[in-house]
Design a protein around this ligand. Sequence first.
Ligand code: FAD
Ligand code: EPU
Length: 337
Amino acid sequence: MTIFQQNVQLQPYNTFGLEAKASEFAVFQSVEQLKAALNQRVDQPLLILGGGSNILLTQDFDGLVLKNELTGYQVLKEDNSHVWVEVAAGENWHQFVLTAIENNWAGIENMSLIPGTMGAAPMQNIGAYGVEIKQVFERLSALEINSGEIHQFSNQECQFGYRESIFKKEAKGKFIITSVVLKLNKQPEYNVSYGAIQQTLEEMEVSDLSIKAVSDAVIRIRQSKLPDPVEIGNSGSFFKNPEIDKIDYEGLKAEFSSIPGYELPDKRVKVPAAWLIEQAGWKGKTFDKIGVHKKQPLVLVNYGGGRGADIRDLAFKIQDSVSDKFGIILTPEVNII
Ligand code: FAD
Ligand code: EPU
């Protein structure tokens, strides 16, 4: 029998640091505990919580919050070139990256310091500095909420895209991810071409490239750019970077000559949302206790005591002004609850 706590304050469990109460709350540390909690649930709405680093709580949650504390990992098999590791969904992502580096398992070092849990990582196919989880993802196990059965999803079945997966589309709200199998490399293939990695490695005077050095460089860049949620509440990038048709991009380029764009394979161009938001005049703007971060305008922040509903309204205003100026609709990356 799982004990559901009543009226639990979620502020410690979301990186925006927003106050919101859950009418019922429980943690699960095993799949059995998870199943028992689901059996006990009546008909109320359900929220699965990992590290709370990609949610915006706009009001009290009138339902059951289940916090994932499934921990542990095991090597399933290995050969000369790869190792297959199954990681419980409640493991902290960055701690597991450090474990992989200690074991000399390569492939996720570019994604160092992303907050949150292993189980949430495939939800939006987390990515940073030129690498996404889909590149090392083998399969996952997930409990189907309605049937209580465990399903396996292969890489293909997850339908990964840029900050996308089946779990944000047709499988949304239907599964609870319980473990993830990653296929990591014993021989590293370094990916240092993205952004400032190479330059940072030079500043760090790294002569022998290693996955630890890449991780250290990524950590250094991230710490210089992104606010630490311990100091300033935030959920990382609030919006996705929009992908537009090349022809539309060229039209914008004629009007806004400095607009940056990264060509994608399918005649599409990815435009940095940070640039659009900055050009629309929002960078560093503060509105009482909330605002747009002064170094990275894609990050909305709670300076302390702000309200989630106000952050949502600010996001709407930013969307409107970017749409008015550039004709581009920004899509939130953060899950608004
Ligand atoms: P939560 O916020 O707890 O949950 C997110 C969503 O997934 C919710 O809808 C939740 O219900 C659902 N969910 C969580 N766990 C499960 C589960 N086991 N089964 C089913 N559903 C589940 N993201 C990037 O991709 N790249 C970055 O570089 C990056 N940088 C960030 C930097 C900062 C400072 C912050 C605060 C966030 C950043 N993020 C980044 C976003 C965030 O870290 C990731 O999306 C992360 O994977 C969220 O994990 P979480 O456990 O905190 O998820
Ligand atoms: N830019 C500005 N003004 C600024 C900052 C940035 O115009 O003040 C423009 C510049 O053109 C810059 C570009 O935005 O080159 C890109 O900025 P940055 O390198 O900081 O990356 P990002 O596009 O803002 C994305 C991800 C991050 C990820 C980094 C590194 C999305 C939505 N965000 O950010 O992921 O860590 O690249 O790979 O794709 C997250 O998803 O939460 C997240 C933090």
